[in-house]
Design a protein around this ligand. Sequence first.
Ligand code: G3P
Ligand code: CA
Length: 256
Amino acid sequence: MPGTSSEALVFGHRGASYDLPEHTLDAYLRAIADGADGVECDVRLSRDGHLVCVHDRRLERTSNGRGLVRRQSLAELQQLDFGSWHSERPAELLTLERLLGAVREAGRPLRVLIETKHPTRGGRAIEPTLAALLKRFNLDRPDRDDPAGVTMMSFSPLALQRMRVHAPQVPRVFLMEVLPPGLRGGQLPYGARIGGPGIGLLRARPQLAERLLERGNGVYVWTVNEPADIELCHRLGVTGIISDRPGFVRQQLDVR
Ligand code: G3P
Ligand code: CA
C-alpha cells in the first residue's frame, strides 16, 4: 500500500559503492556497517567457471586488466587490482563465494541480491553454477519470511526461467529499465514475484509500483541515491531500495 515504505529494505548496490570501489569486500563491509538490510552484486563466470563479482563484460573500467572477464581464469583475475581506479588503494577481486562467506559471518541476518550478468544467448549459462553454489551454502531453499537469504535478479526473462529450473525456491526479481510490453497489468514473467524498475522508469510511471504491489508483488527500485528519489520510493511504498549510499538512504528513511 502506498505510503508505508518505512519498511522498505535497503540494499547496498555493488556494496557501498558511492564511497568505496564497487564489488570489493571493503565496499560490502561498509554497506553492512552502514546498516543495510542486504547487498546487491553482479556476477559473471570466469573462463574456468568461477562466479566472480564484476559488473562490466570488460575489465578496463574497474581494474588494471584488459579484455573480457570471461576470457580470464580465476587465478588471472586474482592478479588484478580492482581498487585503485576509484580509491587509490589496491583491492582484490571478490568471488561470490567469498561474499556469501562474509555475509554469513556478519553477525546479523542479511539479504543478498545476485544479478546474473553472463550472456543469456550463445555463452555458457551462469544460473546452473549459481544454483550449485547456493546449494552448497544451504541458501537454495529459503524460508519465505527469513530476513537472510538470497534473491536472484535479471533483466533477462531467459535467465529468470533458467533460475526457476535450477533453483525454483530462490526468489527472483525481474529488472526493468523501460516498461516491457505486456506488463501493464502487473504480471511478472517466469514466476518472478518482485519487479525491479530503475528509478527513471519509476519517476515516469509511478503507477507501475502501485500495480505491482496491488498484485502482491514486491518492488525493488534501483539505483536510488538522491533525496527526492528516496522520497518518491517512500511515498509509493516500495519494498526495497537499492542504493550506492545505503547508509544515507537508511538515515533519510529513519528521520521520518
Ligand atoms: O540492482 C539492479 C541494478 O544493479 C541493475 O543495473 O547496471 O547497475 O547492474 P546495473
Ligand atoms: Ca546490478
